[in-house]
Design a protein around this ligand. Structure first.
Ligand code: FES
Length: 145
């Protein structure tokens, strides 16, 4: 796929996810993990329902730029039904990708693989990774409890 077509697809998907985010809300009875981007103050709040190390349900809410909301929406799509170990591996894959590292497994990220272009805009990396950091924190908390 050509670069301009890839960029168009990226822009379209970011717009769609930001306008109508998937899994937006809060899970009843689950404590949410809240994380903010210190550079702008935007906030993502993530709740997970984990049973026997598997993500049975996931939801997020908060306020942020189109990239942070779209990234959270794409993340929730890909994580539903994954084990916590798989989720953490995907979080590492995503962080590496937006930092400019290429990996054949990027396609495992689904729509989120299109966020690779963020690597060209270092100031947006924190936007794209905000939800993924909230995920790591939520899993850490779950494992401690
Ligand atoms: Fe705040 Fe992107 S500008 S999360």
């Amino acid at each position: 796929m050509g670069l301009s077509r890839l960029h168009h697809l990226y822009m379209t998907l970011v717009r769609e996810h930001a306008k109508s985010p998937h899994h937006f809300g809060q899970l009843e009875g689950q404590e949410a993990v809240q994380l903010n981007n210190p550079t702008c103050g935007d906030v993502i709040s993530l709740s997970l329902e984990i049973k026997e190390k598997k993500i049975e349900d996931i939801a997020f809410c908060g306020h942020g730029c189109a990239i942070s909301i779209a990234s959270a929406s794409m993340m929730t799509d890909i994580l539903l039904g994954k084990t916590t170990d798989e989720a953490l591996a995907l979080a590492t894959l995503f962080s590496d990708m937006v930092s400019g590292q290429k990996n054949d497994r990027q396609k495992d990220l689904g729509d989120a693989a299109l966020m690779a272009g963020v690597a060209q805009f270092p100031q947006r990396i924190k936007c794209a990774t905000l939800a993924w950091h909230a995920l790591k924190k939520a899993i850490e908390q779950e494992e401690k409890s």
